[in-house]
Each structure stands twice: as structure tokens, then as C-alpha cells.
Design a protein around this ligand. Sequence first.
Ligand code: ADP
Ligand code: 3PG
Ligand code: MG
Length: 391
Amino acid sequence: MKIKSIKQLKNLKGQKVLVRVDFNVPLTKDRKVGKSEDYRIVKTIPTIEFLVKKGAKVILMAHLGRPDGKIIEDLRLGPVARRLSQLLKKKVLKSREILGAETDKLIAGMKNGDVLLLENVRFDAREEKADKSFAKQLAGLADIFVNDGFAVSHRDQASVSTVQNYLPSYAGLLLEQEIFNLDKVLRKPKKPLTVIIGGAKISTKMKVIRNFLPVAKHILLGGALANTVLEVMGVSVGKSLVEPKMFAEVKKIKLTDNQMIVPVDGVMAANYESKTGRLGALGKIKDSEVILDIGPDTIKLYENIIAKSKMVVWNGPMGLIETPAFAKGTMAMIKFLAKGKGETIVGGGETVQMIRKMNLEKKFDFISTGGGAMLEFLEGKKLPGIIKLIK
Ligand code: ADP
Ligand code: 3PG
Ligand code: MG
């Protein structure tokens, strides 16, 4: 897939460049960007620095959370601007509005190489409606549009896709990198390819699983979503939550040919609030228990398959990682993948956070900033934020 890249742009000096980024990161209770949670900001730095070095005036647009078209004080972008400024080692101008007198004044005062962050674009209800007049007004702020927000590129929204109708538009360096790596997975995966899918709900990942069935040698399941598949296979999951509305679709997949692999053991506990659990084989779970992690036999089984793979794609944790006792399966998989030889491509908010906490980020070939966007890309969809940038 060839796309229009900012690397093609020659004369950027003094040009106003409107850049959509994804700075949708969790904030701490005292409203700071947490240390292992600034990944999306970190990954956008090369694009911003590229534009700054070329003497452009960089106007950033971002969203935080889901304010639903209203101003929510806790979702202002101040903390994000401060973290960005630390990472860039440079002053970042910040407007307390999206459009209006304050923004106009700040832009009028910008010198070449200055960086300005506009307020949360989702404070305006027109953003999520992909409103044309809003997109036109945003476009009116600048000469060129750059999409570097891969993680929000699955959203057909004013500052992501609609704005591209009104300005010459290009992909930023992060967007380009994401497309290059994920496209490779879809179009020329190294074989044998193993896909690991974990996380909360099979309904959000079923299309990805189906898209990989013709190409992946193995699809390894973990996390809560494996429970729905186990249930369909007739293996009791106690009182673990399952998604009955997905039973019919799961039944359509051939579960007997050794391609789709489910856990053989797990960590069981009394309920989702438990702090400790007990190891046990699946099939021996009590009706009163829930499964909160994969067990050592499953880890072994998965490691043996991974060791024989040339490429591994992974999205979603193997257990309830917010509770340390149930993070062991995910951590074991991270450690194993980090030292393996195969090409590794990982994504999904929670999984990436864990990799960064373990300081093993550099041991992976590619870590996507996308959650939903990565999944939709891997489903084979053309994302609204990308489609117009394809050559
Ligand atoms: P990602 O964001 O990495 O793509 P998801 O959002 O689909 O993944 O799911 C992540 C969530 O799934 C985590 O909050 C994790 O606690 C939860 N989870 C994983 N396994 C289990 C389980 N066995 N029981 C309950 N929750 C689980
Ligand atoms: C994400 O965090 O996945 C993106 O920023 C998109 O956010 P959304 O799911 O609220 O649209
Ligand atoms: Mg998630």
C-alpha cells in the first residue's frame, strides 16, 4: 500500500500544518500522563520534530476520552500538552478552545517551528458527526493537513477524515509506519504465522480471527474471550462471563483441526474481585469459580508453537492483568516473545502498557499504537482516516 507521505513535502517553511494526532491516553488521579502510558505521545514526536525542523507552524488536534460534544473540565488537554512539551524539550502553546478568538490569536502569533495544541476536539458535538462545516472551519486554520493519529483512523470524524476534503492531506511518519507494518502482516506474512488473541470480548475480535483463518497456522486464544469458545466446545468455564450471542458464529469455525488453540489450564478464583487464585486444569473448574488467567501448561503449549513461528501477531492480554496474581500468563508470553527469533507485532492498549512496564519494548519488532484501529485494519477494512491518503 503506497501512501502520500509528509516526506514528499518540500517547502514547509512558514506553512501552517494541521496535524491530527491520537493523544488519547489514560490520566492518573492527579491528572497527569502516567509514565508507562505516554506511548502514543512518544510515538508522534518524530512527526512533530520533522515539521518543526522544516520551519512549519504545527497545529495539533487531539481528543481525550468521550466527552460527547460537551466541555468536560477533566478532559481538557492541559496535562497532555505538558507531557508533550517535556518530550519535545520545547514549549508547546495550548489553546483552551478548538476554534475561536483565542485560537486565532495564538496562531497569528506563531513563529516558524512553533507547536500549538488545540483543545479536545470532541468538546464540539460536530466532531463525531463528521460535520462538514466544522471540518471546513478546522481546515481554515492551516495550509496542509497531516494525519498521524493511526489509533483514531477507524473513526469517520471531522478532524480525522472529513477535514481531508478541504486541504492537501498527507500521512505523518507514525501513520506511515503503522500502515507499513500492519499491511505486511496482511499481505506478506512470514510463515508459519501465529496469531494470539486475548482480551475481554470475542465479539470485538471475531472478524480479525476470521480474517486470519486462511493464513495463520495457529490462532492461540487467551483472556476472557477464550471462555466463550471453551463453552461452545463443551468445556465448563464455571461462572465466568461468556457471550451467548456469539455462540452461533464460534460454532461455524472448525475447532477440531488444531488451528485454533484454547487454554488447557488456568487460574481460577471465586470472583472478578479476588486477589489470589488456584491453578487447575480446565474441565475441573467448580461451578462457583471464574477463570482469570492461563496456567503453566497453556503457557508451555503456546511457547512451543511460538518457537516454531516466523511471525507472531498479538492483540489482547491473556488474563485479568490489572490484578497482579492474574498477570502472570501475559507476562510469561511477553518474556518469551521478547527473546524469540520470529518477527513480533503487538497491539492493544493493555498489552502494550504491560510490555512497557516490563521495559521490553525494544525487544518487539513493532508495537502498534492502535487498539480498535489495529483490529479494524487487521480485519482488512479500509480505514476512513487513511483511505484518502492511499496513492
Ligand atoms: P486490548 O485493549 O489489549 O486489545 P481488550 O480491551 O480486549 O484488550 O481487553 C483487555 C481487558 O481484558 C483487560 O482489562 C483484562 O483485565 C481483561 N481480561 C483478560 N482476561 C480476562 C479474564 N480471564 N477475565 C476477566 N477479564 C479479563
Ligand atoms: C482509542 O483509544 O482507541 C482511540 O483514541 C479512539 O477512541 P474512541 O474509541 O473513543 O473513538
Ligand atoms: Mg482495551
